[in-house]
Design a protein around this ligand. Structure first.
Ligand code: FES
Length: 158
């Protein structure tokens, strides 16, 4: 399953729990975190933020549960950057954006920076080809990304 498919599955999971009625009780939140971990092999920080926002869960509760249940693994990165490597974005120099990110962050695609701030990877097409090159940071998609904008984004998310 690629990352886009995983994110779609995540939306379905979130909707399922939303329909249960909010606020969720603690055992249900634990169940939700376990499902997320099954999907991503961990519970990445940006996804913790997403479920806090969408399911009205406080960050403190998530943090307590994550500490209390060592089987739940928090990903070591804070922000996930995905550069589109689809053919349309590729023709608009997304490869150059990736190379700059690899250089600036001193990592290769698929790796996390040593300070744990950024995880970098590629994605094949975000289905927004007309607006490329596209770069996704956490769950926000940025269109027509330029080298200058990339610098600003890195500072913003730093
Ligand atoms: S090729 Fe980049 S969004 Fe489709």
């Amino acid at each position: 399953m690629d990352l886009i498919e995983k994110d779609k599955e995540l939306e379905q999971i979130i909707n399922y729990y939303k329909e249960m009625g909010l606020p969720l009780d603690q055992p249900t939140i634990i169940e939700l975190l376990r499902e997320i971990q099954e999907l991503y092999d961990c519970v990445p920080f940006p996804i913790q933020e997403k479920i806090c926002n969408e399911l009205e869960i406080s960050k403190a509760i998530i943090s307590i549960i994550m500490k209390r249940f060592p089987s739940l693994k928090e990903s070591s990165y804070k922000h996930r950057i995905l550069v589109c490597k689809g053919s349309s974005c590729g023709s608009k120099k997304s490869g150059e954006l990736l190379a700059i990110l690899e250089k600036k962050l001193n990592i290769r695609a698929g790796e996390t920076t040593s300070d744990g701030k950024f995880y970098l990877n590629t994605q094949y097409c975000f289905k927004a080809c007309g607006k490329g090159p596209n770069v996704m940071i956490d769950d926000r998609l940025f269109h027509h990304v330029t080298i200058e904008q990339l610098e600003q984004l890195l500072q913003k998310y730093d």
